[in-house]
Design a protein around this ligand. Structure first.
Ligand SMILES: CC(C)(COP(=O)(O)OP(=O)(O)OC[C@H]1O[C@@H](n2cnc3c(N)ncnc32)[C@H](O)[C@@H]1OP(=O)(O)O)[C@@H](O)C(=O)NCCC(=O)NCCS
Length: 200
């Protein structure tokens, strides 16, 4: 799905306040600290709770493999002044034959409510529609997750109905609101500030 430019871990995305970069082994403790919070894990379909060190290492390995193969792009969110500190994640993965990839994200609780997830998501979506041939991005949100529902609406996602999502980390199926974002309908154009090039 993603072209060669994203297949190496030197790849970075810059936004106004953030660097988005590949997860790496040294991120394991911080990732575990953030997603170990049940308020983060339990809103997702795939993050186990309780979350063990081996879960963080397994996630980092599989994310790096998928990034390297171009089958998806998982980027940790870091503050620009602390690029070593992962505070969240945005990802697109699993593109199907009909050209739809699945969107996911989380942010560490101390950082909620400052627009970081929206800022990171805009940059990833701009990139995806800019450099891949994806037609659609799909996503599922628990109905009791107002913050995530609001983010999807701000980004231009449309609700396509209620559905059931297989959520092994939650012990079975969960009810979700389903969303899709079609190429050309994203509320992202120039939403992420482009790098500035200073003249000599
Ligand atoms: C969902 C999550 C990523 C949001 O991160 P965040 O950086 O705080 O999100 P943002 O600040 O970019 O945007 C949140 C928006 O929701 C709004 N919001 C927050 N609580 C809300 C509520 N109870 N009702 C309606 N809107 C709400 C905020 O005001 C903000 O909108 P605004 O910028 O228009 O004011 C974070 O809470 C999280 O990690 N949750 C657990 C994991 C999760 O839910 N992942 C997504 C699974 S689908």
């Amino acid at each position: 799905m993603f072209p060669e430019i994203t297949h190496d871990d030197v790849f970075r995305l810059e936004t106004e306040r953030l660097w988005l970069r590949w997860p790496r082994a040294a991120d394991a403790d911080e990732i575990r600290r953030h997603v170990g919070d049940p308020d983060v894990a339990l809103m997702t379909a795939s993050i186990p709770h309780p979350y063990q060190a081996q879960d963080a290492h397994a996630f980092i390995t599989s994310a790096r493999l998928e990034n390297a193969a171009g089958g998806g792009l998982h980027l940790v969110i870091t503050p620009k002044n602390r690029p070593g500190d992962p505070i969240g994640l945005v990802s697109l993965h699993g593109a199907d034959r009909r050209g739809a990839a699945t969107f996911g994200f989380w942010l560490g609780k101390p950082y909620w409510g400052q627009g970081y997830t929206t800022e990171a998501a805009r940059a990833l979506i701009d990139l995806a529609f800019g450099i891949t041939s994806l037609d659609r991005i799909v996503s599922s949100v628990r109905p009791d997750n107002p913050s995530s529902l609001h983010i999807h609406e701000k980004l231009g996602f449309r609700r396509t109905g209620r559905g059931i999502l297989a959520a092994p980390a939650r012990g079975g199926d969960i009810e979700v609101e389903q969303f899709e974002l079609k190429r050309g309908e994203a509320h992202t154009l120039f939403g992420a500030r482009r790098p500035r090039f200073s003249s000599p």
